[in-house]
Design a protein around this ligand. Structure first.
Ligand SMILES: CC(C)(COP(=O)(O)OP(=O)(O)OC[C@H]1O[C@@H](n2cnc3c(N)ncnc32)[C@H](O)[C@@H]1OP(=O)(O)O)[C@@H](O)C(=O)NCCC(=O)NCCS
Length: 182
């Protein structure tokens, strides 16, 4: 996950995500609604962060707003199950790379294939935007997430020392080379 935002990120309120057509998806026999994130979701996104990060909120309301209204091409989508927001992912295009800025799945839904599904969705978006790589940062200690990323084709690129300033944890930068339209 991209570290907590500093003053480096400007907040834009004028931009908007390209239209994302909502659709219903079936994963391991459970039905979810996949749709674009809106401002109205931020409260639930923050609750999801608290659920996943032991009460911590890595991204605040203004960080979410900055991202979902950024003028940079981006994709912020979520999955709901019976009207409950259970997973989300964010990415933005930087040159030929689509960077996954954030991904989280509610604890009770982890290990059900949602994370892999959402990353796959970003991969399609990246290919559509002619990107040649997908990238992300992950905490060195987040072995579960790293195992998932390796399984779906990411490899470690470099270690960023003390990347997460609140506890000086290193980040592993990971990259996946894209092959073209699926
Ligand atoms: C990492 C995360 C996004 C993966 O999503 P997910 O829906 O649980 O993943 P999937 O079900 O598609 O895939 C399961 C894989 O995720 C990994 N995993 C991560 N956390 C897991 C959990 N609590 N339960 C089961 N699997 C988990 C496993 O390694 C598993 O890999 P395997 O199939 O090779 O054993 C999700 O577990 C999560 O939100 N974790 C907390 C927040 C976080 O770490 N975000 C990533 C920041 S870079």
């Amino acid at each position: 996950m991209l570290k907590k935002f500093s003053g480096l990120l400007r907040t834009f309120f004028g931009g908007k995500q390209e239209p994302f057509e909502a659709r219903s998806v079936l994963i391991k026999e459970q039905e979810y609604l996949l749709r674009g994130i809106t401002d109205d979701d931020i409260k639930e996104l923050i609750a999801l962060e608290k659920d996943v990060y032991q009460g911590e909120v890595p991204w605040t309301r203004s960080a979410f707003l900055a991202e979902i209204h950024s003028p940079v091409p981006h994709l912020y989508i979520c999955m709901t199950h019976r009207e409950e927001l259970v997973a989300f992912i964010g990415s933005r295009i930087m040159g030929n790379d689509a960077h996954i800025t954030n991904v989280a799945v509610k604890r009770a839904f982890q290990g059900s294939g949602l994370g892999s599904f959402l990353i796959d969705e970003v991969e399609r978006f990246a290919i559509m935007k002619s990107c040649i790589t997908l990238s992300l940062e992950v905490r060195m200690g987040n072995i579960n997430a790293q195992r998932l990323y390796r399984r779906i084709g990411f490899e470690g690129r470099k270690v960023r020392r003390n990347y997460y300033t609140e506890n000086n944890e290193d980040a592993l930068e990971m990259i996946k080379h894209l092959e073209g339209p699926k």
